[in-house]
Design a protein around this ligand. Sequence first.
Ligand code: HT7
Ligand code: ZN
Length: 840
Amino acid sequence: PLEIFLSDYTPPAYLVDTVDLTFKLDPTATRVLSKIAFRPNPDAVDKTFYLHGEQLKLISATIDGKDAQAKVTDLGLTAQAPDAPFIWEAEVEISPSTNTALEGLYMSKGMYCTQCEAEGFRKITYYPDRPDVMGVFTVTIEGSEKVKLSNGNDLGDGKWHDPWPKPAYLFALVAGDLVNLHDTFTTKSGRHVDLNIYVRDGDLHKTAFGMDALKRSMTWDEEVYGREYDLDLFNIVAVDDFNMGAMENKGLNIFNSSAVLASPDTSTDGNFARIETIIAHEYFHNWTGNRITCRDWFQLCLKEGLTVFRDQQFSGDTRGHAVERINDVLQLRARQFREDNGPLAHPVRPESFVEINNFYTATVYEKGAEVIGMLKTLIGDDAYYKGCELYFTRHDGQACTIEDWLKCFEDTTGRDLTQFKLWYQQAGTPRVKVGESYKDGTYTLTFTQSTPATPGQDTKDPRVIPIAVGLLNDAGEEIQATRICEVTDEIHKFRFTGLDAKPVPSINRGFSAPIILERDQSNEERAFLLAHDTDPFNKWESGRALGRDVLVRMVTEDATPDQAYLDALEAVARDDTLAPDFKALCFSGPSNDDIQQALVDAGVTPDPTKIFLASQTFNLSISQSLQDLLPRIYAEMQIDGPYRPVAEDMGKRDWGNAALAMLSRLDGGAQAAKQFATADNMTQQLSALGCLLRAEVGEEQNQAFYDQWKNDRLVMDKWFSMQVMFAKLDAAPKMAKALTEHPDFDMTNPNRFRAVFGALAGNTAGFHSPDGSGYALLADWLIKLDAKNPQTAARMSTAYETWKRYDADRQGMMRDALERIKAAPKLSGDLSEMVTRILN
Ligand code: HT7
Ligand code: ZN
């Protein structure tokens, strides 16, 4: 396998002006005719004319009308091209119906669709398939399908023209017998835009929320970033078979149907919130990704980190900043910290890769977003938006680098961002030790930073870390409003003067930097901050730390939950000033993975079985201590009137269902059974089913759920996943195995595969069953899936990335599973790269 290095970047030999494509659609023999106007690139070093192309049957190729005499390999072709502008014409044949990798042109339930990011266009025709080659595309689609779509504006008769030059990864085509919801949007400068969401017949009633989210996203980007839409048409298409969430193709976004289709009876609050975020994310890419794209795939975070940051801002503005931030950090810790502290750790901007699809990671996306957030914190809001404005004007229509992005902020602020750039270059989560002292009215905080070695990076330089700090007095009053301590050295001190007594610090407020704080903090202080901190993130964080400490002691010392913790939780439950969704988060408790990390940090080998059993006792104790309060909370959180996917109602359902989960540990599921029977929306129905499955009394309801929803594939994904999620210990791999034998299991559909095996990997105690059955089952299925869909198989192999954390037996069995995958015949480059990196 070929490793590609950022340092080897060279400009393309030829640039593209225009691309004319004609598709003669046929399931097994689609013909693609291309006519491309090339011109030599004056900046090129290597002048070889090279076009990428994979799995293509070349019918003919000419340069200026003469046989191109192309030399073809499995990966592309070369030809003698003039050192002057010329026209390339080619015809190739491809087979969309047998394309199960879902990359390039493929078929999903009778519908043609494409996925070209990152390198799928080369499976459609020969082309310089790299993001720094941008052309103006005109597309003609010939076929009997009722609806035929491509990028840009509709010229009629299956013909499309996109006036904006774009890289090939943003090309899209869809053809099928689809129906659509139509709406319109008028931009602030008066452009009339037609909006459509195309779906398969029968799904139209699930499109209204997506359309509303799209219009709100368009308004938000105008108001907050001054970005307007730039075509007369914006189309979204829902596709059932899709490797990721969605794709931002210019003017023709393609969505996994799970990321756009929503209705109250089939979608949970969580689904609605996710759909809103993804719609916004893809729409925001129109400026951060499409108008300004990446020079090469090493710069992926340029568009992804920034666009995630923008979608998080949007969701915060829409649903509330405190809860949005807590949820974003929960995600970051669960996925990115895990990645950053294991064998797959890599910088936000990687230095090398074998398969770019393996770098659509939590580090590039989520840590990439954190880096933007820190930049904004360091330079301030005004300077941030001024820098963005310069970026949009200076680089419109270009393919850029992280250096281009940072230079805009250097030029607007006069600040040197060389040290800040380390956040893009160094992998690993910084650890910051906190020391404190108080003398004569001066309180001093000493921060000492270090970052553990990561693959290929043994030593690290100190980074600039913005740590937001506030101080409270012992009456719980804020005596120092949030101040940003800009840590730049390995050891950095900050003084707070004029104090009457030693304060209580609230450190890294709002999670201002993605770091691990190391501080000896007493449980009294945690409880104090949980009660008094004005920063909602640290208020929640203190409660979380308390819970983690209790659980860790339960695992390591067989302790019982202490009364102080239970009292602190009760105070949260009774506090009428706190929002219901915030309370629900305070009660979500530390995750299994949280506890594992804490144990590893304390030098203890985590045993997932033991942690699971301790968590059961922990949750039961909380339920018992609140038993008098729970019926009242539950009753108060019930909502009269029709379901609305708005933050206020979602918060009430969250808190009400947290109460239901606690009640179910006491009443054997009686209340949950009532809720299941009367629920008029999926959030209530599914929460109740979860409680019943957890209590191991939900067999009847589980069957009823199946009977009710067996024809709705998105709800069926939930049904598959719930059963694995709530199976206890080694029942989880058994359940997953049984579900693979269910007639509705379809391994070629990534959503269904993830429903079963994503749930298995997420059921920590089940996946890590001491007999190794979880590891072995996943390995069997990853090998099977790899033959059909390497991209999804490779992504799911990350379930093994923590293998070095465990005891010798578990390590041995996980290593065996990884070795078995590695030795599988005809293993894809995608999966092979992942298992090799995980094993190293
Ligand atoms: N930019 C897209 C990333 C992507 C993708 C999407 C679907 C299928 C395969 C894919 N490979 C890469 C989605 C996004 O970040 O918005
Ligand atoms: Zn994206």
